[in-house]
Design a protein. Structure first.
Length: 264
C-alpha cells in the first residue's frame, strides 16, 4: 500500500494550463475517483501521477520518494486497454510482468512458474480464469477491459491508475468493470485513482472524490459531501442530467448480496 502526496502540481502546454497548482494527500489504500468535464485535466493528473508526463512545476511523492520516472509499483489502465487481440487473455495478463523479465523471456513465455501463477491469479480476480485461453479479440469490450486490469495486476502494483476505464462501454459492462476494479483494489489493498465521466457510477464505487475544473482542484471530499452543489461546481454550466443519477441501489459494492448485475 502506498501513500501519495501531490504538491502544487502544475502542467502547461504552451498557453494551456492543464493543471493549475493542484495539491492533495491520499493515504494508502484509498479508492479515489477524479471527476471533471472533458479537458479539465483528469488525464494530465493521472499521467503526472505515473510519471508518463513531467510536471511543469510541483511534484508527486509516492511513499516518501519523488516520482521522477515511471515505477513498476504504479500500474496504469487506459480507456483503450491496449491489449493484443491475437493473444489469449492469459498471454496478455502474463505480459504485465514484463518489468521482471527480459523481452525475449516475455515473447517466448519463459517466465517462471511463480510469474505464470500471478497472471492466473490476476485473471481470477477479474473473473476471467475460465476464459484464460480465449483470444482477446473474441471477447466483449468489458471482458477486454478486465484483461487490461488483469495485466495491470500481474505487474504487482501498489497503486492502480485508471484513465476513463469504462468510457467506451455500455452501462452494464461499465458497472461490471467498475465492480471488478473495486474488488481488485480491495482484495489487494491498492491505492487507486480512477477518472470517470459517469457521476452516478463514480458515486456508487468511489470512497473519495477529487473534482477538477479548468485544471484547478475545486472539490476534494468523501461520498456524503458529493452533493448536487458540488457537482455543479465541478461541471459548471454543463447539463449534468443523466450524469448524476441518484440510484436506489446505494449498497456497498463489496457486499456479496448486492444486486449490481456484476458477477463476482
Ligand atoms: N499533449 C498535449 N498537448 C497539448 N495540450 C494538451 C496535451 N494534453 C492535454 N492537453 C490539454 O490540456 C487540457 C487538459 O487535458 P486532459 O486530457 O488532461 O483533460 P481530461 O479532463 O482528461 O479530458 P478528457 O476527458 O477529454 O480526456 C486540455 O485543454 C487539453 O487540450
Amino acid at each position: 500500500m502506498s501513500k501519495i502526496v501531490v504538491d502544487n502540481l502544475r502542467k502547461t502546454y504552451g498557453d494551456t494550463v492543464a493543471l493549475d497548482d493542484v495539491s492533495f494527500e491520499v493515504p494508502a489504500g484509498e479508492f479515489v475517483i477524479i471527476l471533471g468535464v472533458s479537458g479539465s485535466g483528469k488525464s494530465t493528473l493521472l499521467r503526472c501521477l505515473s510519471s508518463l508526463t513531467t510536471p511543469t512545476a510541483g511534484e508527486v511523492i509516492v511513499d516518501g520518494e519523488p516520482m521522477v520516472q515511471p515505477r513498476p509499483e504504479l500500474a496504469m489502465i487506459f480507456q483503450q486497454h491496449n491489449i493484443v487481440g491475437d493473444m489469449s487473455a492469459y498471454s496478455n495478463a502474463l505480459s504485465g510482468g514484463i518489468n521482471r523479465c527480459s523481452f525475449t523471456e516475455s515473447v517466448l513465455q519463459l517466465q517462471d512458474l511463480e510469474e505464470k501463477q500471478r497472471a492466473l491469479e490476476a485473471l481470477d480476480t477479474v473473473g476471467l480464469l475460465e476464459e484464460a485461453e480465449q483470444k482477446a479479440r473474441r471477447m466483449s469490450g468489458g471482458q477486454q477491459q478486465r484483461v487490461g486490469i488483469a495485466r495491470a495486476l500481474t505487474q504487482q502494483p501498489e497503486v492502480l491508475l485508471a484513465d476513463e476505464p469504462v468510457a467506451s462501454l455500455d452501462p452494464g459492462s461499465a458497472q461490471d468493470v467498475m465492480q471488478y476494479l473495486h474488488h481488485a483494489a480491495n482484495e489487494r489493498e491498492l491505492t487507486t485513482f480512477i477518472s470517470l465521466h459517469q457521476v452516478n457510477i463514480a458515486r456508487k464505487y468511489g470512497q473519495r472524490f477529487i473534482g477538477l475544473h479548468n485544471g484547478q482542484k475545486v472539490f476534494d471530499g468523501y461520498r456524503d459531501e458529493l452533493t448536487l452543489d458540488v457537482i455543479d461546481r465541478i461541471y459548471g454550466d454543463i447539463d449534468t442530467d443523466g450524469m448524476f443519477v441518484q440510484t436506489d441501489d446505494q449498497t456497498d459494492p463489496t457486499d456479496e448480496n448486492n444486486e449490481t448485475g456484476a458477477t463476482l
